[in-house]
Write a protein that binds this ligand. Sequence first.
Ligand code: SAH
Length: 219
Amino acid sequence: MTPGHIGIGMTSARTRERLIRRLRDEGIRDRRVLERMRETPRHLFVDEALASRAYEDTALPIGNGQTISQPYIVARMTAALLEAGPLQSVLEVGTGSGYQTAVLAPLVRRVYTVERVKVLLDQARRRFQTIGIRNIVTKHTDGGLGLPEYAPFDAIIVTAAPAGIPLALVEQLEPGGRMVLPIGEREEQALVRVTRTADGHEHEILERVSFVPLLGGVC
Ligand code: SAH
């Protein structure tokens, strides 16, 4: 290996470590989540021109008017999903860059992830192959209606914001299953955890966030 390679590797390891410290300071306590945030190569999920900023705690553009989520939010949503115990089957709506999927997949048995923009999904698929994650099933479809053919799921994560709680998705949760999602317009959006109960659902507000909107149709 040339000294140049070593230099790049060390910088990357240092900036990753700095990110993990920051996530811990911001209140992320789950060790498995912190470990996944450390191990997942976020620089492979953004354009090469943005790779040097990949370990900043910020959302970045990924093309098609979409963004890769802020690492803190990815960690927070992953921890909120895992809190109640091990997960077998998880649906993710909004693959985007695939980063959230790659953080989550090694922590659960299988992730079904759907994306409405084909070019983004194809790129994400190549990334999953490159880093060797094999328990992800991808589908190019409008996730607003979920993925009935694989339901029920014990958890659902939505990474684009609908106006309200999508009941079609609630219905695809196992009883006791949970969904973590942003809800509302960009300026007044909240991260919400919905739990399916015997006779409906209940929800709790986790914190303020700012996601792109959940849109209909595919392209
Ligand atoms: N977790 C992703 C976030 C990407 S932004 C990441 O970290 O990269 C949200 C994504 O949701 C976008 O790629 C957008 O195209 C997708 N999206 C929006 N509405 C959708 C819908 N109805 N079905 C599937 N994907 C949708």
